[in-house]
Design a protein around this ligand. Structure first.
Ligand SMILES: [Zn+2]
Ligand SMILES: [Zn+2]
Length: 160
């Protein structure tokens, strides 16, 4: 790769891929495939580049971590980023893990974050949690962040 001297060798029959056809792998088959993890890493790097650090949004200490509220490192929407100190971040991630575990044992099949508010729930109605799904069905728009974490009530929803 990138080595000019290998030009002829790479095209010739002496190339190792001709000698070892069983070792030729592409994409996810390739021995050095990084797939998902590569994109996740790139997402984190993008987040690092686009959001300056400030004080922790929970306790005011020195913020060092960018927390993705929906647990998706590729979602770098400013709404999804929270600056946290190490302690608060660990606490949130720990709670998230425990929540995933308890919801799994409570019989939630395949719990995942709601595509609107990020709350871990059994995916109901096109990936939205029950509350966001009801809001969306009634208004035709996504539930605004100000209402996330609250229970849906018809009074919250402006009539379309
Ligand atoms: Zn903190
Ligand atoms: Zn939701």
């Amino acid at each position: 790769m990138g080595d000019k001297r290998s030009g002829n060798y790479a095209r010739g029959d002496n190339h190792w891929s001709h000698q070892h056809p069983d070792r030729v792998r592409h994409g996810s088959e390739h021995f050095n495939w990084r797939g998902e993890r590569a994109t996740v890493k790139a997402g984190r790097q993008r987040a690092r580049a686009s959001f300056a650090l400030g004080p922790c949004e929970r306790c005011g200490k020195n913020g060092v971590e960018r927390h993705h509220k929906d647990a998706n490192p590729l979602n770098n929407d400013p709404e999804n980023i929270e600056i946290l100190c190490r302690h608060c971040h660990m606490e949130i991630d720990g709670r998230l893990e425990r929540f995933k575990l308890t919801s799994a044992t409570a019989g939630l099949r395949d719990p995942r974050p709601c595509i609107t508010c990020g709350e871990i729930a059994r995916p109901a109605r096109k990936g939205r949690c029950t509350n966001c799904a009801m809001y969306f069905r009634r208004t035709g728009v996504e539930r605004p962040p100000a209402l996330w974490g609250t229970k849906y009530s018809p009074r919250q929803a402006p009539t379309p």
